[in-house]
Ligand binder design. Structure first.
Ligand SMILES: C[S@@+](CC[C@H](N)C(=O)[O-])C[C@H]1O[C@@H](n2cnc3c(N)ncnc32)[C@H](O)[C@@H]1O
Length: 264
């Protein structure tokens, strides 16, 4: 959570930012934390995370434009992400940020109040019950960035079923890793780029997005976006760009990370 926050702060400090998330930088400056302990976030890593965030912002915005009436944005595993500030939704949008109690507590202390119909829920998304705090009266777009890999498959299945059963309809937007990537992550510590403790908490990968359609009647895979196909990848420094493009030609390299969009 701190690593992705720091990545957005670094992006906002760059001479040509991708997300330009000034709130992320303000939060980083407010936090009394030794950012060297967060792991070295190379500039290309910051750019890549910013590109991923920007695409999920874009899909969320597309949903809001397609549903100009009253809708709910359910932002799972919000961490310290200022997505609600970046998208600045109109008053017709109810925005709900969800994360663990400790994270929500930190969020209350560090992030500015966005105003409008905004609330936070302090809970694990795998618990039963918290969803009852969200009125089920409107279509919802559910966005989760950097969450699915931390869930076990059965937890993810129950979460998706509960969400689809709760709202009258909507979309699910999230990023995921492939099963192969998770197997590889278990074997090597990625040259120290990703801390071992993080690698050990990755569990669920997706190879075939259509498999999830069988979990719930009415759940339909819409489209995906491979990380290697994210627009503006040329904003990454050449070494990272070339590395990613070469990696995409290795077995399983291309689909190791992607964004998925479903409707329900
Ligand atoms: C990699 S961070 C991403 C945070 C944020 N989405 C971002 O992009 O900065 C993973 C987040 O998932 C949250 N998380 C993981 N498992 C969760 C669970 N079961 N319930 C709620 N939040 C969870 C963590 O607390 C953390 O904020």
């Amino acid at each position: 959570m701190l690593a992705t926050l720091y990545a957005r702060a670094l992006d906002s400090r760059s001479s040509s930012p991708i997300l330009g998330d000034r709130t992320a930088d303000e939060v980083v400056r407010r936090l009394d934390h030794d950012w060297r302990k967060t792991g070295t976030r190379a500039p290309w890593d910051a750019a890549l995370l910013a590109l991923r965030g920007r695409e999920l912002d874009r899909w969320t915005t597309e949903f809001l434009h397609a549903h100009p009436g009253e809708v709910t944005v359910l932002h799972l595993a919000c961490g310290l992400d200022s997505r609600v500030h970046r998208l600045a939704p109109p008053p017709s949008v109810r925005w709900v940020d969800v994360d663990y109690p400790d994270v929500i507590d930190l969020r209350r202390r560090l992030l500015p109040e966005p105003g409008g119909d905004y609330r936070m829920i302090a809970a694990s998304v795998t618990e039963e019950g918290w969803l009852e705090q969200v009125p089920a009266d409107r279509p919802a777009v559910v966005v989760a960035e950097g969450l699915t890999m931390y869930l076990h498959e059965e937890e993810a299945r129950r979460l998706i079923q509960r969400i689809c059963g709760h709202f009258p309809g909507g979309q699910l937007l999230f990023d995921c890793f492939s099963k192969r990537l998770l197997r590889m992550a278990g074997k090597m510590s990625w040259m120290g780029i990703v801390p071992r403790a993080v690698l050990e908490s990755w569990h669920w990968g997706i190879d075939d997005p259509r498999e999830l359609e069988g979990w719930q009647d009415g759940l339909e895979f819409v489209d995906d976006l491979y990380v290697v196909d994210v627009p503006d990848l040329d904003r990454l420094p050449a070494v990272a760009r070339i590395g990613m493009r070469l990696g995409a030609h290795l077995p399983g390299g291309r689909d190791s990370g992607r964004l998925l969009r479903y409707r329900f």
